[in-house]
Design a protein around this ligand. Structure first.
Ligand code: PEP
Ligand code: MG
Length: 588
């Protein structure tokens, strides 16, 4: 088979070579398994047993729903039972097990696919809508046919695989941590989607926004994932494989190239010190973060704590988690970002329809102000944990001083209640504002009167400034951190913060790009917070330049009209000032 090269959006660096596994959440994927003649009756019996078991399950469900919600709702299961009793379908499966000598699950999955396709092509709208019943019930039968361990589940991958999916939610990605996932590639998504951010912090190469990878790749195809260039190579030739294997070895060998500066300060040649902090998604990452010399956590994304579950986390549970992180990092600071629900971070336990909180919807602080019950629970947990280390907290998506004040009022209420209950907390806890929407940039001078620090969230600031969706592969080329508007906004926020004598950090993906870190340094940024695996590289940049070099670069670019031109000039300058970053040709 000839080699196919697919081009997508680079999401997390690194190279992986391995067998593809197509993860289609709508479908249970079944690998072929040939059987012997004498196994035919066994497979047919297994199929019949699975049908009986599924019928029992549906009967039980129907009864329960009937009792709890009434007969009308229970009727949906009649359609399921009809599919189970469809003699044509069942006879076809039995016939094909005999003829093809394949396992019951494999034959059933093939017949089911045919039925689903036929249903989805039916003209009659009512019948067409039954497609989902057919696939729902089909999945149930398959699960009853297959022993759990044979089903590929994200949590349970038995061999090392490259996950290929149409889309992956951040919670899917979270469940891949430390599992047998070599890399992942998706049809949709952008560079700063939370799925991509997570892959980067787990050190798993990823390419997103490939448009139709799930159609072009088949289970078990050997594929190469080049996370730096955003390429996926299907059926690589021997020559390609050799090139990538060499590249992989070289990247591995250069992983530790900056280890010698791990314990040294992030200080420029002319003595300007900045802080390099890590972004934290899962507490499991802490040992790695500490081993890389992070000076603290600049962004603890607490949303993941609310995902992958059917209920909301209690105060106690949250307290335990925050305490654990604070203690593990102490005396280094931990910046807890309050719940930033919305956009691509969907929380099923809230039982709110997904389309209620798109990027411009009811999200982040707006949501928390409207649901003080949920917000206050989190604030109490953060406050209680604050005595176990150095905790700071910040609100996401603040749009202006009023909102910041409203959030603080809820915080004050939580503090008073704790005082009444004689529960200790850090009374000096610092509260900062994330600057990630244009309204916050334009009111930064006012916000700086109230906030103890700023943290610029460029992942969002770029999308709201340029009107480009951060998770949409179609707008990926327009998502430009070097756009003059973005750079001017950042400059304005840093100036406003410094005039009010508060520190200004940046925790979007931008701070982990060496070329851009140089510009941010020149603008006077105090704290760089990033995916842990980028820390040493950025520290290398800081230690290799002088503040005056970086300031001169900012002067040179800040009045240029073109983002492309700005990027080009910055790259050339970085190459001159920090050749080490390029010498080993590792761009991750
Ligand atoms: C940001 O928007 O830059 C940010 C750091 O927050 P998140 O990526 O979680 O939206
Ligand atoms: Mg954000």
């Amino acid at each position: 088979m000839s080699e196919i090269v697919l081009k997508g959006v680079p999401a997390a660096p690194g190279i992986a070579i391995g067998p593809a596994y197509i993860l289609d959440q709508q479908e249970v994927i079944v690998a072929p398994r040939a059987i012997l003649e004498n196994e035919v009756p066994i497979e047919i019996a297994r199929f019949e047993e699975a049908l009986i078991k599924t019928r029992e399950e549906i009967g039980g469900l129907k009864k329960k729903i009937d009792e709890e919600m009434g007969g009308q709702h229970a009727k949906i299961f009649d359609a399921h039972l009809m599919v189970l009793e469809d003699t044509m379908l069942n006879e076809e499966v039995i016939k094909r097990i005999r003829q093809e000598k394949q396992s019951a699950e494999y034959v059933f999955s093939k017949v089911l696919k045919k039925y689903v396709k036929a249903f989805s092509n039916i003209q009659d709208e009512y019948l067409r809508e039954r497609t989902s019943d057919v696939s729902d019930i089909g999945r149930r039968v398959l699960r009853n046919l297959m022993d759990e361990s044979r089903m590929y589940e994200l949590e349970n991958l038995k061999e090392k695989l490259v996950i290929v999916a149409h889309d992956l939610s951040p919670s899917d990605t979270a469940s891949m941590y430390n599992k047998n996932v070599m890399a992942f590639v998706t049809d949709i998504g952008g560079r700063t989607s939370h799925t991509a951010i997570m892959a980067k912090s787990f050190g798993v190469p990823a390419v997103v926004g490939l448009k139709d990878a799930t159609l072009k790749i088949v289970n078990q195809d050997t594929i190469v994932v080049d996370g730096r260039m955003g390429l996926v190579i299907v059926h690589p030739s021997n020559e390609t494989l050799e090139i990538y294997r060499k590249e992989q070895t070289r990247i591995l060998a250069s992983r530790h190239r900056f280890d010698d500066i791990k314990d040294l300060p992030a200080e420029t040649k002319d003595g300007k010190k900045v802080s390099i902090l890590a972004n934290l998604e899962l507490p499991e990452e802490i040992p790695m973060i500490l081993s890389l010399g992070a000076e603290g956590i600049g962004l603890y994304r607490t949303e993941y704590f609310y995902m992958n579950r059917v209920d909301l986390p209690s105060e106690e549970e949250q307290y335990e988690a925050y305490r654990h992180v604070a203690k593990a990092m102490a005396p280094k600071p931990v910046t807890i970002r309050t719940l930033d629900l919305g956009g691509d971070k969907f929380i099923s336990s809230l039982q709110i329809p997904r389309d209620m909180y798109p990027y411009l919807g009811w999200r982040a602080l707006k949501f928390c102000l409207a649901r003080p019950d949920i917000f206050e629970t989190q604030l109490r947990a953060i406050l209680r944990a604050s005595v176990h280390g150095k905790i700071r907290m910040m609100y996401p998506m603040v749009t202006g001083p009023d909102e910041f004040q409203q959030a603080n009022q809820i915080l004050e209420k939580a503090k008073s209640a704790l005082k009444r209950q004689k529960i200790p907390f850090d009374e000096q806890i610092e509260v900062g504002a994330m600057i990630e929407v244009p309204a916050a940039v334009m009111t930064a001078d006012l916000l700086a009167q109230q906030a103890k620090f700023f943290s610029i969230g460029t992942n969002d600031l770029i999308q709201y400034t340029l009107a480009v969706d951060r998770v949409n592969e179609k707008t990926a080329d327009f998502y430009d951190p070097c756009h003059p508007a973005v750079l001017r906004f950042i400059q304005k926020v840093i100036q406003a913060g410094h005039e009010a004598k508060i520190s200004v950090g940046l925790c979007g993906e931008m701070s982990s790009e060496p070329v851009l870190a140089l510009v941010l340094l020149g603008m006077g940024l105090d704290e760089f917070s990033m995916s842990p695996l980028n820390i040493l590289q950025i520290k290398k940049v800081i230690r290799s330049v002088s503040l005056t070099d970086a300031q001169a670069l900012v002067e040179e670019i800040i009045n240029l009209p073109s983002g492309d031109k700005i990027e080009e000039i910055c790259s050339v300058r970085l190459r001159q000032l920090v050749p080490d970053i390029f010498n080993s040709e590792v761009k991750d």
